[in-house]
Ligand binder design. Structure first.
Ligand SMILES: [Zn+2]
Length: 94
């Protein structure tokens, strides 16, 4: 988790989608509707291809097209980490 801490302010950085590499495992959220229930499902897939801001992700033989802002690396800090320890807004280079 150390890589996620900003050297300037010591708070946690959000990841930069431009740093995603092809072949990297990423997480994304899909919704399934069952009757009146909306289920949030976190999926993991492999980044296959990038077309501008759209990513092509493979999960169990299925292809998903996702916006780069809707995915995050598998080792990214969870949202509560930002709430607890603060989020970096330095926008400094990695
Ligand atoms: Zn910072």
């Amino acid at each position: 988790m150390k890589d996620w801490i900003c050297k300037k302010c010591r708070k946690y950085r959000r990841f930069n989608p431009e740093h995603l590499r092809l072949g990297q495992i990423i997480c994304f959220l899909v919704f399934e509707i069952e009757g009146v229930e909306i289920k949030k499902i976190i999926k993991e897939g492999v980044l296959l291809k990038r077309m501008n801001t759209i990513l092509m992700v493979l999960d169990h033989g299925k292809i998903f097209y996702l916006k780069e802002s809707d995915v995050y690396p598998i080792d990214a800090p969870a949202d509560f980490v930002y709430n607890m320890f603060g989020e970096c807004f330095c926008f400094s280079d990695y």
